[in-house]
Design a protein around this ligand. Sequence first.
Ligand code: SAH
Length: 356
Amino acid sequence: MTALGDLLKTQITATGPMRLDTYMSACLMHPEHGYYSTNDPFGAAGDFVTAPEISQMFGELVGLCLAQTWMDQGAARNFALAELGPGRGTLLADILRATQKVPGFHNALGGVHLVETSPALRAVQAKTLARADLHWHDSVDTLPAMPLFVVANEFFDALPIRQFQRAGSGWCERLVGVEDDAFTLGLGAPHSNEMVAHRLEDTKEGDLIEVAQNSASIATALSQRIAQHGGAALVIDYGDWRSLGDTLQAVKDHEVTSIFDAPGEADLSAHVDFEALALGLTPGCCHTRLTPQGVFLERLGITPRAQALAKQMTGASLDAHLAAHRRLTHAEEMGTLFKVMALYPESAAPPPGLDT
Ligand code: SAH
């Protein structure tokens, strides 16, 4: 067992079963032993690979989508670019490079804002983005009050969730306990729950739902700025409209493992419930429908871009490039499982590439 595992067991033995969001939060963000606090988990040598790490084309197209949205809203002369959970900073680096040629964009760019809690990843981001005007934030609450163009790729799936199992017209919360020195999952007593009352209409006895409590309040904070000052947010993640079933998973060395195997050393994530984000929006800010990532990237021109890049490639690098294009867009890879939803001002046109 890991050092964090022992710590959590001691805590549970002393104070009783622990909520899943508390467990998940400790595994990911414990200051000393948390997965993101101590690691750079990305890339071929890490535990998982995200879309910007697969190909530069992802960030280029996201950048052009944001730049087009900035132009459609009148090319504000002072705006901020922000990313939630920027990982290695690769996506922002690609966005900043791809938008170099957009007239006026970089002159109007009043700062690059990174919402990141991990000190280890902040250090990596500082290196990757050395030439940009960088500002780090612990949460979205301190993002500037100005036109704000935001991207969040695989951020919301890392936010801690709670799980509830339907019991009559109430819910039992799934809790982490300890038995014979091993972690177990148990159920708390049934109780009615305002937060998930709306799910009584589409669930039956025994169904399991997941709630990421922070998601809605993050959407609220973003939407307040977007409604008041303009801008947009692109949320890209795996998940769907409303959660159903247990989607919490642990990944270590590119393999799925139990969430209890190596607390603090495996990545934990859960499917994003996009409806929860939509429910958090402030009046004046609306959202697009969910668009599959493959469709979004095709509409923004990933295939001609891939062909242009392919012209300068041969052999193994060409094969890798073609595989990356497929991986980002194909229905059997990330194309369908990953969805894109944009938040934008009610008075403005939606960002390009999205279903409305
Ligand atoms: N967007 C990047 C990385 C995704 S991994 C990419 O596409 O490659 C998740 C990122 O979110 C990491 O940078 C992690 O440290 C950060 N993160 C996770 N939970 C967070 C929280 N509650 N607040 C701020 N950042 C968080």
